[in-house]
Design a protein around this ligand. Structure first.
Ligand SMILES: Nc1ncnc2c1ncn2[C@@H]1O[C@H](COP(=O)(O)OP(=O)(O)O)[C@@H](O)[C@H]1O
Ligand SMILES: [Mg+2]
Length: 260
C-alpha cells in the first residue's frame, strides 16, 4: 500500500467509553498510518485495554467514531472487525486450552476460509512463519507462556489482518524470549505488512519498535510523539511522578501502580 496516496489506516475520533460513573476512555483521538508501529503507554487503569476493546468491538463505545481504511466501523462486533481487517491480542492470553495449537489458529482462519481444509492450510502457514509448526498438534495448555503468546499472535494473524492491536505481548517474558518476540513483531510489520498498535510498559521495547508513542492517563491521551520527546514532556513526567513502586520495577519500566 502506498503511504502517499492513502489516508490513515485506522482513525479514532473522540472515542469515549463510560462504565457507570467511570470514564475509562475520555474523548481519545489518534490516527495510524499504513505500515506504522505506534506505541501506547500509560499507568495501569489509564484506559489502554479499554481503547483496544472499543476499537476491536469487545466493548461498545459510548461516543466517538472508529474508521478502518476509511470506513466507519464504530461499534462493529469482533467477528465483523476481523473480517474488515482488524485483529487484536489479549493482555491475558485467551486461547482454547484443550484444543491443539493448530485448531486454535484454525478457528481464526475460518474468518476467511470457511472450508476446514483451507483453514488448516492457512493456520499451518501462519504457524510455520512464527516458528511454531513443530508444536501444531500440541494442546495449547502444555506450551510455555512465551509460546502461548505466539499462538495468540498466530490466532490474530489467522484472520489476515491489515491492522493488529497487541496488548502487552512482552510482559512476563524472559530477556531472551523478549528478543525473540521483538524479532517476530518486526517480521509481522515489515514482511507481513501488518500495521501495529502496541501497548507495552517496558520503555526500551517502545524505543526499539516505535517511532511514535501515545501516552494515556486517566482515560485521556495526554501526549503523542517520538518516544524520547514524549518522555521528556512535562505533562508526562508529572503524570508519572510518585507512581514508581518503592520496591521492584526498574527505571526502564513505566510504573504500573497509581499513587495511593
Ligand atoms: N468491563 C469493565 N467494567 C467496568 N470497569 C472497567 C471495565 N474494564 C475496565 N474497567 C475500568 O476502566 C479503567 C481502564 O482500564 P483498562 O482499560 O484496563 O486500563 P489499562 O489497560 O490502561 O491498564 C480502569 O479503571 C478499569 O478498572
Ligand atoms: Mg491493560
Amino acid at each position: 500500500m502506498s503511504m502517499a496516496d492513502t489516508g490513515p489506516i485506522l482513525a479514532v475520533d473522540r472515542l469515549t467509553v463510560r462504565f457507570g460513573g467511570l470514564l475509562a476512555v475520555d474523548g481519545v483521538s489518534f490516527a495510524v498510518r499504513p505500515g506504522e508501529i505506534v506505541g501506547v503507554i500509560g499507568p495501569n487503569g489509564a484506559g489502554k485495554t479499554t481503547t483496544f476493546n472499543a476499537i476491536a468491538g469487545h466493548v461498545r463505545p459510548t461516543g466517538g467514531t472508529v474508521r478502518l481504511k476509511g470506513q466507519d466501523v464504530t461499534g462493529w462486533p469482533p467477528e465483523r472487525m476481523a473480517a474488515a481487517g482488524l485483529a487484536r491480542t489479549f493482555q491475558l492470553v485467551r486461547l482454547f486450552r484443550s484444543l491443539s495449537v493448530v485448531e486454535n489458529v484454525m478457528v481464526a482462519a475460518a474468518t476467511r476460509h470457511p472450508s476446514t481444509h483451507r483453514a488448516r492450510a492457512k493456520a499451518l502457514e501462519v504457524l510455520e512463519r512464527l516458528g511454531l509448526a513443530g508444536r501444531a498438534e500440541d494442546p495449547v495448555g502444555r506450551l510455555t507462556l512465551a509460546d502461548q503468546k505466539k499462538v495468540e499472535i498466530a490466532r490474530a494473524l489467522g484472520t489476515e489482518p491489515d491492522v493488529l492491536l497487541l496488548d502487552e505481548m512482552m510482559s512476563g517474558l524472559t530477556a531472551d524470549e523478549t528478543e525473540e518476540m521483538l524479532a517476530l513483531v518486526r517480521d509481522v510489520n515489515v514482511r507481513q505488512h501488518v500495521t501495529l498498535v502496541v501497548v507495552e510498559h517496558v520503555m526500551p521495547i517502545i524505543h526499539s519498535l516505535c517511532e511514535r508513542v501515545l501516552v494515556f492517563d486517566y482515560g485521556r491521551l495526554i501526549a503523542e510523539g517520538p518516544p524520547a520527546a514524549v518522555m521528556s514532556n512535562p505533562e508526562v513526567i508529572a503524570a508519572y511522578i510518585g507512581r514508581r513502586r518503592s520496591t521492584g520495577g526498574s527505571s526502564t519500566t513505566m510504573p504500573m501502580e497509581r499513587p495511593v
